[in-house]
Design a protein around this ligand. Structure first.
Ligand code: C2E
Ligand code: CA
Ligand code: CA
Ligand code: CA
Length: 279
């Protein structure tokens, strides 16, 4: 038995080492892709349920590989967070989002909101709000049309620093949403400490809907949001019955493959134009 456990231990550390090496290699490739400007920012429409029109978009990172496929953000974002690259990468995302926002607003889509994903690691980084303020002065976009989607993919260390950073961003005029609400480490007590405008219902609660089961969690999140004077958006809407139910329970906006997949900015312009033509 002793021999066996030594052997197990050997394989175990081998496995860990392999994972670490893989991660280091991923970070190396991501860093070089970033430096070579190979990353792209795509946009997925968000629709208002009462007008069924596009009211906003969410900016999502895309990393094309050599075969014309994409390496999923769920794989490389954690690596970017772990390595700290997310700080520079996140600033690039923000700059691209502001540049796109300015173009969209100049083209007449004046009320369109642009949601940008912001990692807790970024919020904890030095001078984050200050750097964002500089970007804002560079692009002169109305900050109330920019929404920061706060994702909790890592445990929130130093919550006071994060909360302070959010207050600074709020003071600059940005909107703030909690992403994937109900799935992460988010505690209800943060709802009172953070300057939040909107809750984003995670797609796992949307996809629970079937004609005979009820989506108790989605319904509860939306009721909670409204009690706290927050608005709501649900993601991962793939079927009309999900959208109907969300409308019934008072959800304001929806996002999902039922309406549109994430797309490059040029496609988004076409998408918005077609929508207007068909009205
Ligand atoms: P997220 O913020 O929850 O983004 C929503 C994800 O759901 C996106 O995946 C989107 O493509 C996908 N999605 C949209 N509609 C549907 C649908 O109807 N059904 C299903 N099954 N999925 C749908 P994506 O683009 O692969 O991004 C994954 C995650 O990576 C994001 O989840 C976000 O946490 C992170 N991420 C992406 N871009 C950024 C970024 O610029 N910064 C940071 N910090 N994180 C990012
Ligand atoms: Ca998001
Ligand atoms: Ca989400
Ligand atoms: Ca997510």
């Amino acid at each position: 038995a002793k021999k066996n456990s030594t052997l197990n231990h050997f394989w175990y550390s081998f496995e860990i080492e392999e994972k670490t090496l893989w991660r280091i290699e991923l970070i190396r490739r991501l860093t070089s892709a970033f430096e070579r400007r190979e990353l792209e920012l795509w946009f997925q429409p968000q629709l208002c349920l009462n007008s069924m029109k596009v009211c906003g978009v969410e900016a999502l990172l895309r990393w094309p590989d050599a075969n014309g496929k994409f390496i999923p953000p769920n794989q490389f974002i954690p690596a970017a967070e772990y390595s700290g690259l997310i700080v520079d990468l996140g600033l690039w995302v923000f700059r691209e989002a502001l540049r796109s926002a300015r173009m969209l607003h100049a083209q007449g889509y004046k009320d369109l909101t642009i949601a940008v994903n912001v990692s807790i690691i970024q919020l904890r980084s030095n001078n984050f709000a200050q750097n964002i303020k500089l970007l804002l002065s560079e692009f002169t976009v109305d900050p109330s049309l920019i929404e920061l989607e706060i994702t909790e993919s890592v445990v929130m260390d130093e919550p006071d620093v994060v909360i302070q950073s959010l207050h600074q961003l709020k003071e600059l005029g940005f909107k703030i949403a909690i992403d994937d609400f109900g799935t992460g480490f988010s505690s209800l007590s943060y709802l009172q400490k953070m300057p939040i405008d909107r809750l984003k219902v995670d797609r796992q609660f949307v996809q629970e809907f079937t004609p005979d089961t009820q989506a108790h969690i989605a319904e509860t999140i939306i009721a909670l949001a409204h009690k706290l004077n927050l608005s709501t958006i649900a993601e991962g809407v793939e079927r009309p019955d999900q959208a109907e139910f969300l409308k019934e329970i008072g959800c304001e906006q929806v996002q999902g493959y039922l309406y549109a997949r994430p797309m490059p900015l040029s496609n988004l312009f076409v998408h918005l134009q077609n929508q207007n033509n068909s009205l």
